[in-house]
Design a binder for this molecule. Structure first.
Ligand SMILES: Nc1ncnc2c1ncn2[C@@H]1O[C@H](COP(=O)(O)OP(=O)(O)O)[C@@H](O)[C@H]1O
Ligand SMILES: [Mg+2]
Length: 246
C-alpha cells in the first residue's frame, strides 16, 4: 500500500459535492501510493471519477474526507498560497483542451506563468522549452495561428517549463487526430523520461495506457483494479525540494 515516501499518497479519500439534487458521492474511498519516476495510466468509463481524482492530486479540489499528499506536501489544512505555489511549480498539468491564452504568443504563454512563479530568465527558459517540443519556429505565433497538435505542444512546454516533479495529463490526446496524438504521446513520454518526471495520465486511449508502467482502473468512484507499484521505494519524499528556481 501507499508508503510514506510515495511522491503521491492518497489514504481513504472521498469526494462529495453538493448539487441541486443533493450531495453527490463522486469518489468513494480511494487509497494508493505512486512512487517517484512511475508512469501511471488512470482508466475507466466516462463519469467514473478520473478527472475528479486528478483535481484532488493537483490540489484544485480538496478531499471531503481522507488525506492527499503530493511531493511531501499534505493538502489537508494547507493554505491557498501554498497550494497555488504547488500548482505553479510542483506539478505540471496538460488537459484535453489546450487552455492557451489567445492574446499571447506561444512564447508568452510559456514564459508568463514562469514569471509568476518567480523565475528570472523566464523568456529564455520558455524558448528552450518550446525548442524541446519542436516549436522553435512558432514562438511568435498566436494560438489561433497554430494547429491543434502545435497548441498541445505549447501546453506541454508550459507544463514542463517549471521542471515539475510530476506531470499530470487529463486526456491529453482527446482533441487530436490519431497521428497527431501519437506524436504528442511520444513527446510526453520522452520528455518525462529525460527529466525523471513522474507521469500520471488519465486516458481513454489504449495506446497511451499501454505505454504506462502501471494502470489504475476506476469505476463508479472507486479503484477496481491496479497493476501495482513498479518502482522501488527510495525513501526520498522531499522531491519538491528539488524544483529549481533558475
Ligand atoms: N462539480 C460537480 N458537481 C456535481 N457532480 C459532479 C461535479 N463534477 C463532476 N461531477 C460528477 O462526478 C462524476 C465523476 O466525474 P468525472 O470525475 O468528471 O469523471 P471522468 O473524468 O471519469 O469522466 C460524474 O458523475 C460527474 O457528473
Ligand atoms: Mg474526465
Amino acid at each position: 500500500m501507499a508508503d510514506t515516501s510515495s511522491i503521491i499518497k492518497l489514504t481513504d479519500v472521498t469526494l462529495t459535492l453538493e448539487s441541486g439534487a443533493g450531495p453527490v458521492n463522486i469518489l468513494k474511498g480511494i487509497s494508493f501510493g505512486i512512487e517517484k519516476g512511475e508512469t501511471v495510466g488512470i482508466v475507466g468509463p466516462s463519469g467514473s471519477g478520473k478527472s475528479s481524482l486528478m483535481s484532488l492530486m493537483t490540489g484544485l479540489e480538496q478531499a471531503t474526507t481522507g488525506s492527499v499528499s503530493v511531493g511531501g506536501l499534505k493538502f489537508e489544512g494547507a493554505d491557498e498560497d501554498t497550494l497555488a505555489r504547488h500548482r505553479l511549480k510542483g506539478v505540471g498539468i496538460v488537459m484535453q483542451a489546450f487552455h492557451l491564452i489567445p492574446t499571447m504568443t506561444a512564447l508568452e504563454n510559456v514564459a508568463v506563468p514562469l514569471e509568476l512563479a518567480g523565475v528570472n530568465d523566464a523568456f529564455d527558459r520558455a524558448a528552450r522549452e518550446l525548442e524541446a517540443v519542436g516549436l522553435a519556429h512558432r514562438m511568435d505565433h498566436y494560438p489561433a495561428q497554430l494547429s491543434g497538435g502545435e497548441q498541445q505542444r505549447v501546453a506541454l512546454a508550459r507544463a514542463l517549463a517549471p521542471e515539475p516533479a510530476i506531470l499530470f495529463g487529463d486526456e491529453p490526446t482527446g482533441n487530436l487526430d490519431g497521428k497527431t496524438g501519437h506524436a504528442i504521446i511520444k513527446l510526453i513520454f520522452d520528455l518525462a523520461e529525460a527529466r525523471g518526471s513522474t507521469l500520471v495520465l488519465v486516458t481513454h486511449d489504449p495506446e497511451l495506457a499501454d505505454r504506462c508502467d502501471r494502470v489504475i482502473s476506476m469505476a463508479d468512484g472507486k479503484v477496481v483494479d491496479d497493476t501495482g507499484n513498479t518502482k522501488s521505494v527510495t525513501g526520498d519524499a522531499d522531491v519538491m525540494g528539488k524544483v529549481s528556481n533558475k
